[in-house]
Design a binder for this molecule. Structure first.
Ligand code: TPP
Length: 478
């Protein structure tokens, strides 16, 4: 007998931390066989460079040790969500999801159902071993009636535990799926049938034809507390009557390939076409001290657009920047906040927990965020806010009559421009006034009639600040 070298898998599984050819699976487990079938199909169809496999949470969470292609790990049951994102971004990808029955049939079932209903372009490999393998053998949605598990010690009772979930049959109610088949890896003839199914699912991805779903009946000797042969017999004798093998649907011949995406536009080209006409490429500048800024207030006060404006100024200045909004469910009047990071290097996370600068437009946001500002940082707060909460030691608090000024200008929605002026005058963003003003103008490019008023308000706010400085100098003299 000639043993063929496995293709589509890494030569050595060094991602596991050891140079080994053995997987982490138990002897007799179906995962290893299914891994090989997937690797082989991907390789033989020439899809390795286009393949992206999204792994599950479960025994096969380490699939990325083995498959020699792009791999992603998603949270428990969320492979369809991650896959949907990939689908939107990479039409050329041959996308495959690999999920267990706990992952897909329980915590992630709605994701699966909706992705199937949308006809996402993905091959879904669903490993039904009738148990939660990784966590030690709890009842899965596919556990058979009467079977004892960690969570059904007296056997699965339909009265209390419901009936086994037939995922293929449920998905077969939907319009969009192109191909649905249930196979088994319990013996060689079944594995050969499974092999053909995996190949077909990948062909559908290669040809951009849509959603393909394969369920594998797969032995788990460890949770069954039996040997490999008995576990395989369990699949044939016990699982198959409940989950009959066969193809439920194959529309692959008639399915239409999706059109290739129009040639994508380069980032430079994209920004050349954008209104500002400025090339966006950020420049690495290790000497630039990264700034974390939080803007907070009520929805409708313009805190989110103020954040965008500062991020836009950072972009114009060729800094790396992120803008990250958070707001309540209300359209207007609820709490709104956003975080902006300005950096001289790539930014890992847009989350700002302890800002250098906090801009507060209302009382609740001051009470909520004042204590989070770093020592040496700055709080710019509207003068209407009562400073009941003490700011941390070493934090400068600057009160700005932004709302008053905006009312004076008959432009109550422009209080955020007063805050922008304060940011510019205090020099806490590390950005030039020129770019902050250019960003302000650009935020009104669709309402040019407001540009001039906001520029005037910006200047007036700065004059007010300069006067404050003069007053405090006078006070020092006397
Ligand atoms: C959000 C979340 N809930 C629960 C867990 C614990 N957990 C890890 S694997 C698993 C079940 C996996 O079972 P299955 O999908 O059937 O895969 P198998 O291990 O049998 O291959 C669970 C519940 C988790 N990691 N994350």
């Amino acid at each position: 007998m000639t043993l063929k070298k496995t293709v589509g898998m890494y030569e050595s599984f060094i991602r596991s931390g050891r140079a080994t050819r053995s997987t982490h699976y138990c002897a007799g487990c179906g995962h290893g066989i299914i891994h090989k079938l997937i690797a082989e199909a991907m390789h033989e169809l020439g899809l390795q460079d286009r393949a992206i496999i999204i792994g599950p949470i479960g025994c096969s969470v380490f699939g990325y040790y083995y498959w020699d292609c792009a791999n992603l790990s998603a949270a428990h049951g969320r492979a369809p969500a991650a896959g949907t994102a990939v689908n939107r971004l990479r039409r050329d990808a041959a996308l495959a999801l690999y999920q267990g029955d706990g992952d897909l049939g329980a915590i992630g079932f709605n994701h699966t159902f909706q992705a199937a209903s949308r006809g996402e372009h993905m091959a879904v490999f669903f490993i039904n071993n009738a148990t939660y393998g990784m966590t030690g053998g709890q009842m899965a949605p596919t556990t058979l009636i009467g079977d004892r598990t960690m969570t059904t010690p007296y056997g699965r009772d339909p009265l209390t535990d419901g009936y086994p979930l037939h995922v293929c049959e449920v998905l077969n109610q939907l319009k969009a799926p192109v191909y649905i088949e249930r196979v088994s890896v319990a013996d060689t003839p079944r594995i050969m049938r499974a092999r053909r199914a995996v190949r077909k699912a990948f062909e559908i991805q290669r040809d951009g034809k849509g959603y393909a779903f394969i369920e594998f009946l797969s032995p788990c000797p460890t949770t069954l507390s039996c040997d490999a042969v008995q576990a395989a017999r369990f699949c044939i004798d016990r699982m198959e009557p409940e989950f009959p093998l066969g193809c439920l649907r194959d529309n692959s011949a008639a399915a239409v390939s999706r059109a290739p995406r129009k040639k994508s536009v380069s980032v430079d080209e994209f920004f050349k076409r954008s209104d500002s006409g400025q090339a966006p490429t950020a420049e690495v500048d290790r000497g630039f001290a990264e700034r974390h800024i939080k803007f907070a207030g009520f929805g409708g006060q313009g805190v989110l657009s103020l954040g965008i404006c500062v991020a836009e100024a950072a972009r114009l200045e060729r800094r790396f920047t992120t803008w990250f909004p958070t707001y309540g469910p209300e359209q207007r009047g609820g709490a709104a906040a956003c975080s902006v990071i300005i950096s001289g290097a790539q930014i890992g996370s847009p989350v700002v927990d302890s800002p250098h600068v906090l801009v507060c437009m209302n009382q609740p946001s001051y009470e909520r965020f004042a204590a989070t500002v770093r020592s040496g940082g700055t709080i710019i707060v509207d003068s209407t806010v009562q400073l009941d909460v003490k700011a941390p030691d070493g934090v400068n608090v600057f009160r700005m009559p932004a709302i008053d000024l905006s009312l004076k200008f008959g432009c109550p929605k422009s209080a955020n421009t007063g805050m922008l002026a304060a940011l510019a005058r205090l020099g806490v963003t590390g950005l030039s006034e020129e770019h902050l003003l250019a960003a302000l103008d650009s935020s009104f490019r669709r309402k040019p009639e407001l540009m001039e008023t906001n520029r005037m308000l910006f200047r007036e706010a700065q004059i007010w600040m300069d006067k404050q400085k003069e007053c405090s100098k006078e006070r020092l003299k006397t």
